[in-house]
Design a protein around this ligand. Structure first.
Ligand code: COA
Length: 176
């Protein structure tokens, strides 16, 4: 079910082992990774290990994590994808991260909008949700821009020690 997605400026493709160098550039950045559900990478070996760990997951055909590549020059600038895909309940959690040098250019919005379309049309999800720390105003802005609304009673609580006071759950439902 995994497939490459092409948008106006982006190519969303399978993540490769050779993405380590590009990924490390943002995965090692404390600010960029502050609100992620994983720890900042301390060495490129950590990035390599992470990449090795996800390669077999693609073979399950139930792994939905894309490298975000710029069409114009082939640069890998981030990743986006679905975690906790519950095909029986037809919902999934979305996640995204983009290299700090490429923020505020609309790439996040473009990637997330294309994943929403993939999630609803191809995976036939009825709901996509994002757990976003209250402090992560930019991610909240992006989610709202893409049509996500705040869930009154969050179904999926989350905390990250010392850093964040708790996550809000934003979701979007398939209108069809
Ligand atoms: C969240 C993230 C992916 C957004 O990516 P992006 O490519 O910069 O997003 P966009 O350019 O599409 O911008 C989306 C909105 O956020 C705003 N925005 C983006 N970066 C901003 C910044 N540094 N300061 C203020 N607003 C910002 C944009 O202006 C836009 O809003 P607008 O259209 O109303 O003006 C990026 O900031 C990131 O990688 N953050 C770190 C990882 C992260 O927190 N992931 C989410 C975990 S829940």
């Amino acid at each position: 079910m995994f497939k490459e997605i092409v948008t106006e400026r982006l190519r969303l493709r399978k993540i490769k082992l050779s993405d380590a160098k590009s990924m490390f550039l943002y995965a090692a950045n404390k600010e960029t990774t502050r609100y992620m559900g994983w720890q900042t990478h301390n060495s490129i070996e950590e990035t390599n290990e992470y990449l090795k760990s996800i390669m077999p997951l693609y073979k399950t055909k139930k792994y939905y994590d894309w490298a975000i590549e710029l069409k114009e020059n082939g640069k890998m600038i981030g990743t986006c994808g679905f975690v906790n895909v519950q095909t029986n309940k037809e919902f999934a959690e979305i996640g995204y991260i983009i290299h700090q040098d490429y923020h505020k250019k609309g790439y996040g919005t473009e990637a997330v909008q294309s994943l929403i379309e993939f999630g609803f049309k191809t995976l036939r999800l009825t709901k996509i949700y994002a757990r976003i720390y209250k402090e992560n105003k930019i991610s909240i802005r992006l989610a709202k821009k893409c049509g996500f609304t705040l869930e009154v009673q969050p179904e999926h609580p989350l905390t990250k020690d010392h850093i964040c006071s708790g996550a809000l759950s934003y979701s979007i439902k398939n209108a069809e």
